[in-house]
Write a protein that binds this ligand. Structure first.
Ligand SMILES: Cc1cc2nc3c(=O)[nH]c(=O)nc-3n(C[C@H](O)[C@H](O)[C@H](O)COP(=O)(O)OP(=O)(O)OC[C@H]3O[C@@H](n4cnc5c(N)ncnc54)[C@H](O)[C@@H]3O)c2cc1C
Ligand code: FES
Length: 264
């Protein structure tokens, strides 16, 4: 884990409430793995005090990218940053997605809902570099909620898009689109997903019903991101028992079979 107190913003792109920032931070970039995250200080002022967790969306040799949506005060402040500003970041944090050797040459499914698409771009690139074939299932509420569609398309991988209101692609939830595709084509060797809990629960159920292993990136409200505050604990299945686990340290990525979903 490293602290870069002055990661400079070298590029910014925004679409309505979604923002992409490219940060120059060579040391963090070199250590980053897909599914890991940063804790970002959004302001030099005392409030908001707590850093905000954001996934590492992409990395090149000296740069990392974050992609986020405005969700409240912290991300609103972050969205107003300009090229040339600097951010105080800690990272890379947490345990990310694992890519087993057995996936070489196989097809895997990446399922992202809304802002949950953020870590899947880095993962898609890493999979391709390891000769694994990713297919991306990208869902949003409307066509304005799938701004990274073109970016994924440029990777020249299969991208399926869904919107809840039918304004682009498949009309309905991304989990429904995934299930339709699972019933139509040969099943992927592995599923990776990130998004809101109800979406991930449906993805986990669809994967389990077809005996496809799935790794899910969970969200939790995080006070510190480094295992110190116990603010992020969730119950996780460990063998026959359940344990309270810090999502920031032992996650955010877990096997779907380990996750204990809250009652519906
Ligand atoms: C490991 C991890 C990676 C994440 N990666 C991304 C990412 O790449 N892009 C992105 O847009 N968002 C991501 N998030 C969610 C992001 O951290 C929250 O949206 C952000 O912290 C909200 O801060 P805020 O000050 O804008 O809103 P606040 O005013 O703090 O909160 C606004 C609302 O969001 C809820 N909220 C706050 N923090 C979280 C949280 N961590 N998870 C879920 N709900 C929360 C609050 O309960 C409240 O309802 C990630 C979260 C985690 C835990
Ligand atoms: S966020 Fe503090 S322990 Fe996980």
């Amino acid at each position: 884990m490293l602290n870069d107190p002055a990661a400079s913003i070298i590029r910014k792109k925004s679409w309505d409430d979604y923002v992409l920032l490219v940060l120059r931070s060579p040391r963090i970039a070199r250590r980053a793995r897909p599914g890991q995250f940063l804790m970002v200080r959004v302001s030099d002022r005392p409030y908001p005090l707590l850093r905000r967790p954001l996934s590492i969306h992409a990395r090149e040799r000296d740069t990392i990218e974050i992609f986020f949506t405005r969700a409240g005060l912290g991300t609103d402040i972050l969205a107003e940053k300009k090229t040339g500003d600097t951010l105080d970041i800690i990272g890379p944090l947490g345990k990310g997605f694992s890519i087993s050797r057995g996936l070489h040459g196989k097809t895997v499914g990446l399922v992202g809902g809304g802002r949950g698409i953020a870590p899947l771009y880095f993962l898609a690139k890493e999979l391709r570099a390891k000769c694994v074939r990713p297919r991306v299932f990208y869902g949003g509420k409307t066509e304005n909620d799938v701004p990274l569609l073109q970016k994924f398309a440029r990777l020249k991988i299969g991208v399926f898009v869904s919107t809840d209101d039918g304004s682009a692609g498949f009309s309905g939830f991304v989990s429904a689109m995934l299930e339709k595709e699972l019933d139509r084509a040969a099943p992927p060797a592995q599923i990776y997903a990130c998004g809101p809990d109800p979406m991930m629960r449906r993805v986990a159920e669809a994967a389990a019903a077809r005996r496809i292993p799935a790794q899910l990136s969970l969200e939790a409200v995080m006070g510190c991101g480094i295992g110190a505050c116990w603010g992020c604990v969730k119950k996780i299945r460990r063998g026959e028992t359940a344990e309270w686990v810090k999502i920031c340290e032992e996650g955010p990525v877990f096997e779907a079979s380990e996750i204990i979903w809250e009652e519906k």
